[in-house]
Design a protein around this ligand. Structure first.
Ligand SMILES: [Fe+2]
Length: 353
């Protein structure tokens, strides 16, 4: 990766030292973050190209000014897609949306969202004493909002108040590298396969089906959506595995179209095999957050996963934006599956509002 990928004038890029993908961006010295963002906006393609050159993951640090100027985050987001999504227009619980910036999703244990972190893995550490990353020891791997067609392109995730060191990490997996190294028989199996992706928390997740939960009634725009298991990136042309696991696939009709459904079916067995392949150490990166960190990732070819933190004793506040507008040829001409036919809110009947 060229250290002067940003022409040196705006930023430099260095590979992440603990992963086979990803780049760390160092912005050129400017008096304020606002002036650095202005410089990036003058050559908007540079940072986007750096993202693609780095395999879909960029890490920037020290952007503390975003915490008091959220508009800097939405401006940075605009570099990565023709549209920065308004979460009030997507399948998102209202309590999680920033009260003044509808483009910002708040992931926090603070009110009004009060979102609890994932439970710790069992056992809490690997046999070697490390952080569990590989599925199924680690659960929760997904790609953002894959229960919509077309799904979003790129996410930006910013640490306003991170959890203490050693907690609340975000894990990433290179699903393009994973596809490239897939055994030939599995490659043939998934070639034309479609996964069925569902909104979490509606009674269609693996744990819900196993527990015998009654699935929630859905309006047509909330129905699970089919997505290709092998997705071709619209810019790089690389193929990757586009999947989620327990919480964001449909375990009633899926997880795969045309395969035996349910937690005990052939589809489940295939999903487990694929997830174990994707989350091997050689394809994964663990990010330990510091205040002012910003991670930018491409949902079209990376999976990611949240981890536990001590929400009883610590506050955590993260901001996320997503961009859309370039999902690839497969989705060409499609409308937005998540928009109601009437003037109902997209999440009508599913959240607590
Ligand atoms: Fe996510």
């Amino acid at each position: 990766m060229a250290a002067d990928a940003g022409n040196g004038r705006f930023f430099t890029v260095d590979p992440l030292t603990s992963a086979s993908f990803g780049g760390r961006i160092s912005l050129a010295e400017t008096s304020t973050l606002d002036s650095a963002v202005c410089a990036l906006e003058s050559s908007p393609a540079l940072l986007v190209q750096a993202l693609y050159d780095a395999g879909g993951l960029l890490y920037l640090s020290g952007l503390n000014e975003i915490s008091t100027e959220p508009g800097l985050l939405t401006r940075l987001s605009h570099l990565f897609g023709p549209e920065v999504e308004d979460y009030e227009q997507t399948l998102t619980e209202r309590s999680k949306i920033h009260p003044e910036w509808p483009q910002i999703l708040q992931i926090t244990n603070m009110p009004p969202s009060c979102q609890m972190p994932p439970v710790p893995p069992d056992p809490p550490l690997t046999a070697a004493g490390g952080l569990p990353v590989k599925f199924p020891h680690r659960r929760g791997w997904h790609t953002d909002q894959s229960f919509r067609r077309p799904p979003p392109d790129i996410s930006l995730f910013y640490a306003v108040i991170p959890s203490p060191p050693g907690q609340g990490q975000t894990l990433y997996a290179d699903a393009a590298g994973a596809y490239d190294t897939l055994p030939a028989d599995l490659k043939a199996t998934v070639e034309a396969l479609e996964g069925i992706h569902a909104i979490p928390g509606i009674g269609r997740a693996e744990y819900a089906v196993k527990a015998g939960e009654t699935p929630k009634p859905l309006l047509p725009h909330q129905w699970p959506q089919r997505q290709p298991v092998v997705r071709t990136h619209p810019v790089t042309g690389r193929r990757s595995l586009y999947l989620c696991e327990a919480g964001q696939m449909d375990w009633i009709d899926g997880p795969f179209v045309g395969m035996e459904p349910g937690p005990e079916g052939d589809g489940a067995e295939l999903l487990y095999d694929l997830m174990m392949h994707i989350t091997q150490p050689k394809f994964t990166y663990v990010h330990e957050w510091s205040q002012g960190d910003l991670l930018i990732w491409d949902n079209r070819n990376l999976l990611h996963c949240a981890t536990w933190y001590d929400a009883q004793n610590h506050q955590r506040l993260m901001w996320r934006t997503t961009t859309r507008g370039n999902p690839g040829e497969l989705y060409s001409g499609e409308g937005r599956s998540w928009l109601p036919e009437d003037d109902a809110r997209p999440m009508a009947g599913l959240d607590n509002d």
